[in-house]
Design a protein. Structure first.
Length: 290
């Protein structure tokens, strides 16, 4: 006999049910404070016990595990996550299988860069790279980035923020050949990424500062343009090396922190690779190994 065929939606619902069942069977009554009877044939929790803890109907939850056509709300999925004691990765997996967007929680902890990320950053010898935080503050950089864009260590507070540098730092502005095009792209990308932080005091303070400090920002920010992450080719007019061209990419750090790694790869165009090598050779030894 031919095997039954399922649509993609059917397969997703079946996988959702199987995932819920596997998490339910993993738990024991003692994990959730439920009294244990003398005779239990079911491994882990019973369906009615999960339904009771999550505050949903037993029949409805049974249908969910059976892969029937039910659409759990974000609130119900959140309750199931708590009832089944799911960790961060499991919660994300559950919401994806359910076809729902997991509620975002704004990061309020201090941003910290772990050793492996720092080691990778420093290993990019001929690729200027830096790590930015959720507000686009530059948190760490490699010697190649300092050689091309300037020493971020000389900047403090808001001055070490990408948006602040693009719009108010004279050196950075002169460095960017296509400044207006890039500045508009920066402001549109920053607005898109900062949407989850609307009302955050640090973001509001930066936006107010930029509105006061830059006439271009003051003109373009109210337009509410949004764009995807910044990628493409950036042309630089370095004060000593001259014209250089870099292909740049943004990589999200998959730890829930909203940090990103920005990497610039020098192109053969305008002899950029050789120019970068000369800039690095001209740096003091202690800065090249920083």
């Amino acid at each position: 006999m031919d095997s039954p065929t399922y649509s993609a939606e059917d397969s997703r619902r079946r996988e959702l049910g199987a995932f819920l069942r596997s998490r339910r069977e993993r738990l024991t009554p003692s994990d959730t404070g439920i009294p244990t009877g003398r005779r239990r044939r079911t491994p882990g929790l019973r369906r009615e016990e999960v339904a009771m803890i999550a505050g949903v109907g037993t029949t409805w939850y049974t249908w969910l595990e059976q892969g029937r056509e039910v659409r759990p709300s974000v609130e119900v999925l959140t309750a199931l996550c708590e009832a089944l004691r799911l960790d961060t990765a499991e919660k994300r997996h559950l919401f994806i299988l359910a076809g729902r967007q997991q509620p975002e929680r704004r990061t309020v902890e201090p941003e910290k860069i772990d050793g492996p990320l720092l080691h990778m950053l420093q290993s990019l010898v001929l690729q200027p790279a830096y790590v930015v935080g959720r507000r686009w503050d530059v948190l760490a950089w490699n010697p190649a980035a300092a050689a091309v864009f300037g020493d971020y260590g000389l900047l403090e507070g808001d001055a070490r923020n990408i948006v602040h540098m693009v719009f108010t730092n004279p050196h950075h502005r002169r460095l960017l050949v296509d400044w207006e095009e890039l500045a508009r792209a920066v402001i549109a990308s920053f607005r898109a990424e900062s949407a989850k932080y609307v009302g955050d005091p640090d973001f509001e303070r930066l936006i107010a500062l930029m509105t006061r400090s830059s006439p271009e920002f003051r003109t373009w920010w109210p337009l509410r343009d949004v764009a995807r992450e910044l990628t493409g080719v950036k042309h630089v007019r370095h004060p000593t090396a001259g014209s250089m061209a870099f292909e740049h990419m943004s990589f999200s750090i998959d730890d829930g922190s909203d940090m990103k790694l920005i990497v610039y790869t020098p192109l053969a165009e305008q002899n950029s690779i050789a120019k970068l090598q000369k800039l690095l050779e001209a740096m003091p030894a202690e800065r090249r190994s920083a």
